[in-house]
Ligand binder design. Structure first.
Ligand SMILES: Cc1cc2nc3c(=O)[nH]c(=O)nc-3n(C[C@H](O)[C@H](O)[C@H](O)COP(=O)(O)O)c2cc1C
Length: 196
């Protein structure tokens, strides 16, 4: 295979904030897309939120990914910029992981891999899950944005006429895929209303 024939690798991080459903839905969407390899890092805390907030266990979430890394394995390929990827999405991103990335700290493989994306100028999408936000959270979001990341809060749109929680989750997953120019039909796109 030549480099342009290799599958695109997308690193998916799931950290320990509420709503691991978003990251799980992203992995499910990636499974349906040919030519994209998902590389998953579940933080230690994500194991707990998956157990508490979904009817899955961490191993079932890991089974959705093509490649899985242990949260403390700094020898993992995604720990190095020499491992080529299309970028990384952390979905959901806890305030703890956001803060570590903003400060350039590497308490976990998740934060290290995100730092690699920034230094290599690759796409890094962070989906924060916290409300309300403190000044520290907001400043950390500014810092990661200045460093090149995209902060993409899971804010629902209503022009898509959602009918279920799954529709709301699919909208956010679609917005994440848009960031990587990965085509999908997860939600109806806005067009000029008829008659205008
Ligand atoms: C059930 C549960 C829900 C949580 N929800 C959030 C949340 O929405 N946002 C957040 O920043 N942290 C949340 N936390 C706290 C994080 O798990 C904690 O800060 C942890 O250190 C994050 O580690 P990680 O970023 O390495 O996954 C939650 C914890 C639990 C147990």
């Amino acid at each position: 295979m030549t480099p342009d024939q290799l599958p695109q690798r997308l690193v998916v991080g799931i950290s320990g904030s509420s709503a691991p459903q978003y990251g799980i839905a992203l992995l499910e969407a990636l499974r349906e897309l040919p030519g994209i390899e998902s590389h998953l890092i579940l933080s230690q805390s994500a194991h707990r939120t998956i157990e508490l907030e979904t009817n899955l266990v961490a191993a079932e979430v890991e089974a959705l990914a093509d490649v899985v890394y242990a949260p403390d394995d700094f020898a993992a390929s995604v720990s190095s910029g020499s491992f080529i990827t299309a970028g990384m999405a952390i979905v959901p991103c806890s305030m703890g992981t956001l803060g570590a990335i903003a400060q350039g700290l590497t308490p976990s493989l998740l934060a290290r891999a995100a730092g690699v994306m920034l230094k290599e100028r690759r796409r890094l999408v962070l989906v924060p899950r916290e409300t309300p936000l403190s000044l520290i959270h907001l400043r950390n979001m500014v810092a990661v944005t200045e460093a090149g990341a995209t902060v993409l809060p899971p804010v629902p749109a209503f022009y898509t006429a959602p009918r279920s929680v799954e529709d709301l989750v699919a909208h956010t997953v679609g917005k994440i895929l848009d960031q990587f120019a990965i085509s999908h039909d997860l939600f109806q796109r806005w067009t000029t209303p008829r008659g205008e």
